[in-house]
Design a protein around this ligand. Sequence first.
Ligand SMILES: [Fe+2]
Ligand SMILES: [Fe+2]
Length: 256
Amino acid sequence: MKILFVGDVVGVNGVNLLRKSLPQLKKEYNCDVCIVNGENSNESGTGMNSRDAQDIFGCGADVITGGNHSMRRANMQLYTENEFILCPANLLYSEGGCGVSVVDMGRHQLRVINLMGVAFIDNHRNPFFELDKILKDISCKNIIVDFHAESTAEKYAFANYADGRVSAVIGTHTHVQTNDEQILPKGTAYITDAGAVCANNSVLGVVTELAIEKQKYLKPVQFKTADGEGYVCGVFVETDNNGKTVKIEKFRRLVK
Ligand SMILES: [Fe+2]
Ligand SMILES: [Fe+2]
């Protein structure tokens, strides 16, 4: 199975960059399924509402994942009404069902799981135990986890914990693509962070001056997302008939 995964799409500009680049990427990688993280796709740069989700589907995504901002512009209804829109399964205020999706390709099935880390971020249910709970009910061979987390140590430990039990653990949230894509000893693909889809001239998608003001003075600042050319970042993952990954390749393309 050939799976394309795109990192956090930031704001209207991010969605536009995705619209311009995703059809070509899907064609190039001849992908069966495309997963996009949409937790920053609202025009505000945080959260995603129903309209934002439809825009991302319109760009060519099959499944949309989320993260710590999933509930900022939506309530749980968005995630319970559409099985292809996910928020982290371990959110304290969810039952977990909105964090797992099934993509049926006829001969092959893919499960997409969305989980959040708990180190240096919100304190939700422990993702390690949550993964065990989810995998108990899954017999599917192809399983991709979007692990939305801040800490590199937590991401690495989690991926090794999942090694051999899922096809890939793809990190999201930091908006900076890491250079550590690899296949772990028992066949699970891993990257600490897939990166983002946002303006190049920005701080993680936010207007540079505003981001500096917040970091310099530690005062609340109304963020605006930055416009202009940017990068679309993500990974391509290919699995064999047993759901083991045979290839992981990251991409970071400039889109004007
Ligand atoms: Fe996030
Ligand atoms: Fe994000």
